[in-house]
Design a protein around this ligand. Structure first.
Ligand code: CP
Length: 308
């Protein structure tokens, strides 16, 4: 099986060096510009997608990426119900089995640390497609690729991360990636019930990344280059009353958009519920659909890097 030795598994954002990120982004640019050059590069290889949690973008963009590179795909949605997990099989046993059938496994799971557990027993690369409230490193790759595309720079960017930061694996992974760049300034905008976790803040302190915690979105909007909205994730709350108390707390509508810089960028990993009004979808600063499309190219670049 064709596997690179330098990047065997993709588990968390911390494992990416700035050089590797720049290589991946350059490759994703090439793929976007000249997709025909990459047709057939992964012919004969098989990707397994094991999704224990729902997904539209991650699952389908990984499948499209593998198919466009000439590889094949197999997998299971709702693996908790439709795989032998329903009969009590452990994640580790499932991975041992599937790694005998596939050349790479894309895994989404509800438990933080699941991808790391899978990597410990897998014979083939594991790609973390989201592990509960832990990390979603390939989302962070496409997010950073989008920032670079929209602003023509990453060093020096000022980013507001808004919403469910405690449970938000996309914001965690993106903050870890941004910490590799220079002069980054972050604002964490969240109610206290879902504020950014201490482990991430300790990492930013260690890497001298400036951040401000606030609940006041209106005050932050004119200060930043990127507004990164996230959904309050109902499925992560054990106490429904806490969810009810904070749902819908932040919303970007035309009035809020008027406070964002002329060359600012509005992003969201999607799916959205009500945190971005559809009335701003046509604003040129609304980048979330372009962002989702970038997922295809960055995942093609990643699969190519791992498997060719
Ligand atoms: N952004 C993201 O991970 O979307 P899906 O849950 O649809 O994969």
């Amino acid at each position: 099986m064709a596997i690179t030795s330098r990047m065997r598994h993709v588990i968390e954002s911390q494992q990416f060096s700035r050089t590797l990120l720049e290589e991946l982004f350059a490759r994703a640019d090439e793929i976007k510009r000249e997709p025909h050059r990459f047709m057939g590069r992964l012919a004969g290889l098989v990707m397994a997608a094991l999704f224990y949690e729902p997904s539209t973008r991650t699952r389908l963009s990984f499948e499209a990426a593998m198919l466009r590179l000439g590889g094949q795909t197999m997998g299971t949605d709702n693996a908790r119900e439709f795989s032998s997990a329903a009969k009590g099989e452990t994640l580790e046993d499932t991975i041992r089995i599937v790694s005998g059938y596939a050349d790479v496994i894309v895994l989404r799971h509800s438990e933080e640390g699941a991808a790391k557990r899978a990597a410990a027993v897998s014979d083939v690369p594991i790609i973390n497609a989201g592990d509960g409230p832990g990390q979603h490193p390939t989302q962070a790759l496409l997010d950073l690729f989008t920032i670079r595309a929209e602003l023509a720079k990453i060093d020096g960017v000022r980013v507001a991360m808004v919403g469910d930061l405690a449970n938000g694996r996309t914001v965690r992974s993106l903050a870890y990636l941004l910490s590799k760049f220079k002069d980054i300034k972050l604002w964490f905008v969240a109610p206290p019930q879902v504020s950014m976790r201490d482990d991430l803040k300790a990492h930013l302190d260690e890497h001298h990344v400036s951040y401000t915690e606030t609940q006041d979105l209106d005050a932050v909007l004119p200060e930043v280059d990127v507004v990164y909205m996230t959904r309050i994730q109902k499925e992560r709350f054990t106490d429904p009353a806490v969810y009810e108390a904070i749902k819908g707390i932040y919303r970007i509508d035309k009035n809020a958009m008027a406070r964002i810089r002329k060359y600012g960028v509005l992003m969201h990993p999607l799916p959205r519920v009500d945190e971005i009004s559809p009335e701003v979808d046509d604003d040129p600063r609304s980048a979330y659909f372009r962002q989702a499309r970038n997922g295809l190219h960055i995942r093609m670049a990643l699969l190519d890097r791992l498997l060719s």
